[in-house]
Design a protein around this ligand. Structure first.
Ligand SMILES: Cc1cc2nc3c(=O)[nH]c(=O)nc-3n(C[C@H](O)[C@H](O)[C@H](O)COP(=O)(O)O)c2cc1C
Length: 385
């Protein structure tokens, strides 16, 4: 592996060289004027802590528990659509990296590789499944049956995407699903032959253009197909009653992802969710949304340990993880970080990116004189924003 890759930003820069621009920007960018994306950094950068010195700590504890399972680090790999385009079999590679780091991996409804295939590649991994409810509810139920049959018990229902976000750069770059070939996109791929040979070609050789792996057989078409069924459109009318229904049907844990208010957090609790993810979707959805850090403290306080509070968006350093944990989050979802790891140096890169975040977190905890995640909640903190 490239030895000059020391942090998130190094991996991102290296990934930029390797991926076609349309794919790099699809992962990297936000929405509209990218105000939300900028604000995510500003909010995290505005937090400071008062260290306690000479604490004599040999090790720090970074494990967390959810659903009676212990995880070694307070990290969860977030669901990211089409992660399989970053590297051939990318979702299996990310799941293996998560397993090695002893953290959960969340499979996206829109992954290239279906849940059964991922499970076969990582029989013992803690796999979670992110659900986008399709307009055709019967097909959604069938998908959930497949997920359950694959031994996945934690369902992450994404609640913050009632419409397709306005990402103009995707249109400019010719990155759309279904994919519409254009001269610009063709040139982009042609100038990244490594990606073509290492990622696209293996898919072409093993069954055709990569597609959304969870589409039912009758509806399967590849990511370049111009036919898209209404049945598989994301349900724009999704509401709390639907989530309550899913709660009744699903026998495992339910986490509602994309919450940014105390009120919605309370609703998630009222329908019997086991957890929420306070999330701005990585600054990719609503450009005028508050940041998770703006609301996290209030949400944690209002829920008062009655369900697990996870958080994500904008994490680039282990110290960002620490900041979010200090507000009472149980663990932090990471989206782009493992993707840059995978893009820059494949499976080893994903391992390295997780290890770097862990190292940064551990160093910051030690410098603050805090031995456990729970201890982080009472560090003196200043916020300059
Ligand atoms: C390329 C990409 C694809 C994503 N796809 C999904 C998805 O399919 N479902 C979902 O709930 N969130 C999706 N997200 C959002 C992530 O789950 C997560 O909320 C976000 O990436 C966290 O911010 P970070 O990337 O700054 O860590 C995606 C994010 C990225 C970067």
């Amino acid at each position: 592996m490239e030895t000059k890759l020391h942090n998130f930003y190094d991996f991102r820069a290296y990934a930029r060289k390797k991926l076609p621009r349309l794919l790099f920007e699809y992962i990297d960018r936000g929405t509209e004027d990218e105000i939300a994306l900028t604000e995510l950094r500003q909010s995290l950068d505005s937090v400071r802590f008062v260290p306690e010195v000479l604490s004599g700590l040999e090790t720090v504890q970074t494990d967390f528990m959810f659903a009676e399972k212990t995880h070694a680090l307070p990290l969860v790999i977030a669901p990211t659509a089409l992660a399989g385009l970053v590297s051939f079999d990318g979702e299996v590679k990310l799941a293996r990296a998560a397993e090695r780091a002893r953290i959960p991996f969340t499979i996206s409804t829109q992954s290239v590789t279906p849940v059964e295939h991922i499970r076969a590649g990582v029989p013992d991994a803690d796999l979670w499944f992110q659900l986008y409810v399709w307009k055709n509810r019967a097909l959604t139920d069938q998908l959930l049956d497949r997920v359950w049959a694959s031994g996945v018990t934690t369902l992450v229902i994404t609640a913050d995407t009632p419409v397709s976000p306005n990402r103009e750069y995707n249109l400019k770059n010719g990155f759309s699903i279904p994919f519409r070939p254009s001269i610009r996109a063709g040139l982009d791929v042609a100038t990244h032959p490594r990606w073509f040979f290492r990622v696209l070609l293996p898919y072409l050789r093993s069954g055709g253009m990569p597609s959304y792996g969870h589409y039912p057989q009758d509806f399967r078409h590849n990511v370049t197909s111009s036919v898209q069924s209404q049945d598989l459109q994301l349900e724009n009318l999704l509401n709390w009653n639907d989530v309550a229904e899913l709660r009744k049907k699903w026998r495992g844990e339910i986490i509602v992802k994309g919450i940014l208010s105390v009120n919605d957090a309370q609703k998630a609790r009222a329908i019997g969710a086991d957890g929420i993810v306070v999330s701005a979707h990585g600054g990719r959805n609503l450009d005028i949304a508050v940041t998770p850090l703006d609301v996290l403290g209030q949400v944690v306080e209002a829920l008062n340990n009655r369900l697990a509070v996870f958080v994500d968006s904008g994490v680039r350093r282990g110290s960002d993880v620490l900041k979010l944990l200090s507000y009472g989050a149980k663990a932090v979802f990471i989206g782009r970080a493992p993707l840059w790891g995978l893009a820059a140096a494949d499976e080893q890169g994903a391992d390295a990116m997780i290890a770097i975040l862990a190292m940064e977190l551990q160093k910051a905890m030690t410098m603050l004189g805090r031995v456990s995640i729970n201890d982080l909640k009472n560090v003196t903190r200043f916020v300059s924003r």
